[in-house]
Ligand binder design. Structure first.
Ligand code: PGA
Length: 249
């Protein structure tokens, strides 16, 4: 059975009360399907509220949008993987394009964060993707492979199997432009092949970038996609529940 992963990246939206109301509304609208799971990435302050509201539903999982690599200490403003775990997170995004391009996160940062997430027992969702200039220059695959190699250097087969990769072309995020299913599929094949070659038997590769209720079906018809990572279109719980409920596997 093809099992799809639908991931919601709330970015800097939805505080704790809103997160509770959102997860309640989502649960009321979405009837569990065995062929899919749903992950939510609230802002750090809302992780506990979301995780508590999702608690007795094994198909719903909550994660953080970022973690710092040190486990604890004098790092004002940062959240570590063990602290995220304590708040109820089971996963974390790593290297999201906004972390890389707004906050200046480097490949080396993603490597350290990957190690910290895996050491703490969080499921890392590594985000990779090229900018428009890189795409136009024909560098898409080189950039994606560089990001994979950097973040995952030293991660072996068993740990690698716990990593989900989200291919998110930077030019598609929040812009209303998506990669075509064929273009996304071609990059996914490369990513899957790369992970395979390093010992992950069944890697999961998601697509992200302006996915919404209108284009999800066409994208997910591409068998290379194991799911989607969605920002804007995940913020309304009813719309998101509908997208998750009805997208064909
Ligand atoms: P978007 O964001 O769906 O709003 O384009 C996707 C993401 O940044 O993960």
């Amino acid at each position: 059975m093809r099992r799809l992963l639908f991931a919601a990246n709330w970015k800097m939206h939805l505080g704790p009360d809103e997160a509770r109301a959102y997860v309640k509304a989502f649960r009321a609208r979405y009837n569990r399907r065995e062929d899919r799971e749903v992950w939510f990435f609230p802002p750090a302050v809302s992780v506990e509220a979301a995780a508590q509201t999702a608690r007795d539903r094994g198909d719903l999982l909550v994660g953080t949008q970022d973690v710092y690599w040190e486990p604890k200490g004098a790092f004002t403003g940062a959240v570590s993987a063990p602290l995220a775990l304590q708040a109820g997170a089971r996963a974390t995004l790593i290297g999201h394009s906004e972390r890389r391009h707004v906050f200046g996160e480097t490949d080396e940062d993603t490597r350290r964060k990957m190690g910290a997430a895996l050491a703490a027992g969080l499921l890392p969702m590594l985000c990779v993707g090229e900018t428009l200039a890189e795409r136009d220059a024909g560098h898409t695959l080189a950039v994606v492979v560089r990001q994979l190699a950097a973040a995952l250097s030293g991660v072996d087969g068993a740990a690698l199997s716990r990593v989900v990769v989200a291919y998110e072309p930077v030019w598609a995020i929040g812009t209303g432009r998506t990669a075509t299913p064929e273009d996304a599929g071609a990059v996914h094949r490369e990513i899957r092949g790369w992970l395979h070659g390093r010992g992950a038997p069944a890697p999961r590769v998601l697509y992200g970038g302006s996915v919404n209720a209108k284009n999800a079906a066409a994208l997910l018809a591409e068998r290379e996609l194991d799911g989607v990572l969605v920002g804007g279109a995940s913020l309304d719980p009813e719309g998101w529940a509908q997208l998750v409920q009805t997208s064909a596997a």
